[in-house]
Design a protein around this ligand. Sequence first.
Ligand SMILES: Cc1cc2nc3c(=O)[nH]c(=O)nc-3n(C[C@H](O)[C@H](O)[C@H](O)COP(=O)(O)OP(=O)(O)OC[C@H]3O[C@@H](n4cnc5c(N)ncnc54)[C@H](O)[C@@H]3O)c2cc1C
Length: 532
Amino acid sequence: MRRWNGWGEETTVMALPAAGEAFLAERVGPGQRLADASLAQVLDTVPVSRLPAHPLVSVAAEERVRHARGQSLPDWLAMRSGEFGIFPDGVACPETAAQVRELLDWARTHDVVVIPYGGGTSVVGHINPPASARPVLTVSLERLNQLFEIDEDSLLATFGPGANGPQVESQLRAHGYTLGHFPQSWELSTLGGWVASRSSGQQSLRYGRIEQLFAGGTLETFAGPLVIPAFPASAAGPDLRELVLGSEGRFGILSEVKVRITRLAAQEHFYAVFLPDWNQAMQAVRQLVQARVSLSMLRLSGAVETQTQLVLAGQPRPMAWLEKYLALRGAGDGKCMLTFGVTGNRVQNAASLRQARKLLKGFGGVFTGRVLGRKWAEHRFGFPYLRHSLWSAGYVVDTLETATDWSNVDNLLQQVEASLREGLAAEGERVHVFTHLSHAYGEGSSLYTTYVFRPGASYAEALARWQRLKHAASLTIVGQRGTISHQHGVGRDHAAYLPVEKGALGMATLRALSAHFDPQQQLVPGVLIEQS
Ligand SMILES: Cc1cc2nc3c(=O)[nH]c(=O)nc-3n(C[C@H](O)[C@H](O)[C@H](O)COP(=O)(O)OP(=O)(O)OC[C@H]3O[C@@H](n4cnc5c(N)ncnc54)[C@H](O)[C@@H]3O)c2cc1C
């Protein structure tokens, strides 16, 4: 069963090795454990629903608790402390597009606020019910998860929006296809959520971001259904898919999603290479993508992330041998690990691997084969579980991400890291910060930063610390030419920083679109566009 107060399946655990705990204690101090609330305690705080009865709407307390929060750090603290504050008044799980329509019509009649809910994996406060005088209905698309149609000539597949990663892939793989969209939240996040929040998967280098995969579909809005047909390409004016991508539920509910699919590859392997220092590593990655070497993923860890990963691997002896070997080959202190994948047929993969190895060798890269790459692939969806073991050990972990052009990547990285590292200095606290580049493009790269800190003596203190860190990093990002989000979206947590990026006219355009599709502002108010 899915955890009600954290990530993933209750039975799945990713342990923090003893060496990992010691490593963190050395960097930020001994852990500080806070007591968790029980589900029974939280259920006692759920108020009576304000919604009128409807056959598709459940007002059961547990259902409302389980759909009240996503996976952001404030969500995590709310769930662990039991202080949710606000719950949706009800949860509906439509099974057909017609039921989605029916629920919107009903919400309009009864002046109900509506929150489209995919997998609830948002990390920026997308799906949290707002404080509102109107009742709030969460519409979970989880039962609308089928593959409706597959066009094998055109490589197009039509799904219900609530299909999560495993449901998308298992239904496509049965026919020999893949979508190739693998965000780290793949286990729980959904097609509709990916489109609505402009998601990026780990293998976007081969398959593209969701923008490239989303071919069309239907958005049910308060102004009626917006049907977007799929074309291989079109010059028929502005592309309406762009209205839906990143709309974060503000314009309507996706009830059907058409995606571009790919035949399953014959072969796929992941490899690890260590580069002597950050500068050479970054140049190597830039050249790999600009030379269009055909890789399916790459992830370049900075020196601190590399060191942290080797400790968290929990195998001190083999890692010590590896480090000795790498140092002998010129990748000592300051080394950076690059993990990359090749996907295709044997001939294509052999050629790509040869090209990549040759280029990386020119930057002092030490090739270590497939072992670490295989480990990455095995655990690629497992790392989010580490938040639990870190929490039990008394540490808070969160991540943030951005993207910028190559000429600014290093500057932005250094500044974001510094803003986090020094963010709690006034109260004498240290923050362990590390970064990787996860999605590289010809013109620039995404930056994905993880930070670990101690919660302090109370939940309120933990939240205040996070707010300070998040605000400092967000100001740095928008002030230094980064986007406020490369893949997590805007939600509530980034909404205040969005105007810097979009400008006054851009924000006015978004507001006008929202008013057009949702005149009474019933769809996730406060998300994407701050309430005035
Ligand atoms: C551990 C972890 C790892 C993550 N890794 C990645 C990653 O690698 N790449 C990445 O891109 N993101 C990642 N995320 C963020 C998150 O998974 C994505 O934003 C994802 O796209 C959200 O999908 P969801 O189905 O869970 O949507 P939800 O969280 O349920 O909703 C997100 C937004 O989409 C809207 N929405 C959902 N479904 C619909 C619909 N059918 N119609 C209209 N609007 C809808 C909601 O109203 C909300 O505004 C990660 C999150 C976690 C917790």
